[in-house]
Design a protein around this ligand. Structure first.
Ligand SMILES: Nc1ncnc2c1ncn2[C@@H]1O[C@H](COP(=O)(O)OP(=O)(O)O)[C@@H](O)[C@H]1O
Ligand SMILES: [Mg+2]
Length: 380
């Protein structure tokens, strides 16, 4: 039985599995998209993002499961019958056609008359900010301009769905940030339901209404950017999106209270660990920007003693590495540069820190580690 029958209706994927021989690239993946929603599919390289997008487009066929667009089962339809617009990472423009002819390609294929095509191409050039550049060939355009042409081409036939596969990852950092905003504005103005694949967490956080985090072919979290950042469902999500400190070997005392060494920490955001038994070993997590430096009010809860091990200057902020005891990995704290100057923080200085109860997360202990030693997977 499909597992997400009541999910949003515009686009719906139901228990999608994709195998390549004995290898399972996607494993029982289900999600839905509302009309007009911008969904970002985020995950590390090789986790199945492109495969998923190709399945939605009809460039690939799933081994099991179903794809529906507006309630219609399109699982067996070829790409030409799905009315989707696609933009790939590499610009994939026809090098021998100028921008106009690239954009017009699908329109010509539909047999529209010449005047109508000219009019539509003008509209599309305007839409992506390339008015007057239609006669340029791809080699005469910058990467950002080529990607705008690709976007105009994808939008030419007013697709039901816009599918973007890492559309910005080949571009310079500055252009990438600019196009990020432009694509988002365009998408909102046209109201086109959009699925964008990316491995860039910042791109996903800034552009999407909702993020699906995928790891090894499985959906690990589906939520708004804020939910994903503030309440990552697993240590993998926590470590993949933003920076996260993990404090291991915390012992559960009771609901809302954990012990590390001789310190007791109260925690309000307990989520799934509520059903851990007293005495169970857990991993706590806190983001570097949530680690608070305290000079007075040391009677407050969740205060730890630390010593500054290392300071890294990052312009607006300092990243401090804080030693919190012999059996713990150091904590990273992100502290505004102004505060570092005001408190005259320097290497090897002792510092009291507070771990706010509402910014701590708890995960049932996860022992699996990535090759680089970081905590990266968990069976929760
Ligand atoms: N046509 C194919 N044949 C065999 N394996 C494939 C094929 N396409 C993708 N894969 C494998 O499926 C996994 C997911 O690939 P892909 O969807 O391209 O990942 P991503 O886009 O997230 O980097 C990878 O391990 C890749 O090698
Ligand atoms: Mg890919």
């Amino acid at each position: 039985m499909p597992s997400m029958q009541n999910d949003a209706a515009y686009l719906r994927l139901l228990d999608i599995t994709k195998r390549f021989g004995a290898f399972t690239a996607l494993d029982k993946l289900s999600f839905g998209a509302d009309r007009g929603e911008f969904i970002s599919i985020l995950g590390p390289s090789g986790c199945g993002k492109t495969t998923l997008l190709r399945l939605i487009a009809g460039l690939e066929t799933q081994s099991e499961g179903r794809v529906e667009i507006q309630g219609r089962d399109v699982s067996k339809l070829p790409v030409s019958a799905r009315n989707v617009g696609i933009v790939f990472q590499s610009y994939a423009l026809f090098p021998n056609l100028n921008a106009r002819d690239n954009i017009a390609y699908g329109l010509v294929g539909r047999g529209l008359d010449k005047n109508r095509i000219r009019q539509r191409v003008d509209e599309l050039l305007d839409l992506v900010g390339l008015r007057g550049m239609g006669r340029q060939f791809p080699a005469q355009l910058s990467g950002g301009q080529q990607q705008r042409v690709a976007l105009a081409r994808a939008m030419a036939l007013s697709p039901d769905l816009l599918l973007l596969d890492e559309p910005l990852s080949a571009l310079d950092a500055k252009v990438r940030v600019m196009l990020r905003g432009e694509i988002r504005q365009l998408q909102q103005r046209l109201g086109v339901t959009t699925i964008m694949v990316t491995h860039d967490q910042e791109e996903a956080l800034t552009m999407a209404d909702r993020i699906l985090v995928i790891n090894q072919g499985r959906l690990v979290q589906n939520g708004t950017p804020r939910e994903i950042y503030d309440r990552p469902a697993t240590p993998f999500v926590a470590a993949f999106i933003g920076a996260m400190n993990f404090i291991e070997n915390a012992v559960k005392v009771e609901n809302g209270c954990y012990r590390i060494g001789s310190h007791h920490l109260s925690i309000s955001g307990e989520n799934g660990s509520r059903n851990l038994a007293s005495g169970a070993v857990a991993t706590l997590a806190i983001r570097p920007e949530d680690v608070m430096i305290r000079v007075d009010e040391l009677e407050m809860p969740n205060i730890l003693a630390s010593r500054v091990e290392q300071m890294e200057y990052r312009g607006a902020n300092f990243r401090l590495r804080l030693n919190i005891g012999p059996n713990q990995r150091p904590l990273e704290a992100e502290v505004p540069a102004e505060k570092v100057r005001r408190l005259n923080i320097s290497p090897s200085m002792p510092l009291a820190i507070q771990l706010p109860h509402d910014r701590l997360r708890v995960y049932a202990s996860a022992k699996h580690r990535c090759n680089d030693g970081s905590l990266c997977e968990n069976t929760l």
